[in-house]
Write a protein that binds this ligand. Structure first.
Ligand code: ATP
Ligand code: MG
Length: 183
């Protein structure tokens, strides 16, 4: 699976519909302080199922919705879509019948999030597992936050193990086992 496109509408500072293309090779995002570079990475994490608003530098999940700036009024919803190339058919079986997967997360003020894959509504869990199995996702070690290297050095062995498990793509198995044990 390859990430090919990130579409944002009303997410944080991205009031208008915005698209980021991720073509083969390196994609760089440059711009002055406060222009929204970190917001883009947060959008990526959010659409993959991030459940912690703190990880979004927010004080509630509704804070990811564009809140207005200058003379532009705030919005009541935010939507992020991640487009994946699945030509190699590496997505989990239940979602693996299409060359292109469009994963969308939408939030309405005070109503929480809804997830869709190619237009069909799915659970947050399905999206989180899709990415966990692909060794990526909201907690992927490929997404390095500011300060994270320092945290890693100070981390306890169990926390470091969790990171290695994310990288190995087995954290999805762990959470399935946990779910099975609860039943
Ligand atoms: P730096 O180079 O300093 O790291 P950056 O390019 O990473 O900057 P971000 O942190 O992504 O910048 O963007 C911060 C901007 O996003 C701020 O101007 C902030 O006001 C704006 N912002 C954050 N959340 C919202 C929101 N919900 N609605 C409108 N604007 C928002
Ligand atoms: Mg930043």
């Amino acid at each position: 699976m390859k990430f090919t496109r990130l579409k944002l509408h009303g997410f944080k500072s991205f009031c208008d519909q915005t698209e980021l293309l991720m073509e083969p090779g390196l994609t760089g995002v440059v711009g002055p302080n406060g222009c929204g570079k970190s917001n883009l990475v947060e959008a990526l994490r959010w659409v993959m199922g991030e459940s912690s608003y703190k990880a979004m530098r927010a004080s509630g999940m509704d804070d990811v919705i564009f809140s207005g700036s200058g003379n532009r009024p705030g919005r009541n919803s935010a939507e992020v879509t991640l487009v994946l190339d699945n030509v190699d058919r590496t997505a989990p079986a239940a979602l693996n019948n299409a060359d292109i997967l469009e994963v969308t997360r939408r939030i309405e003020r005070e109503e929480g999030s809804v997830y869709r894959v190619n237009g069909r509504e799915v659970r947050a869990r399905d999206v989180q597992l899709l990415f966990a199995d692909a060794s990526t996702g909201a907690h992927s070690p490929a997404l390095v936050r500011q300060g994270q290297i320092g945290e890693l050095i100070a981390a306890k062995p169990t926390q470091r193990r969790a990171l290695l498990e994310e990288a190995a793509g087995i954290s999805g198995l762990h959470s399935r086992r946990h779910e099975a044990e609860l039943r």
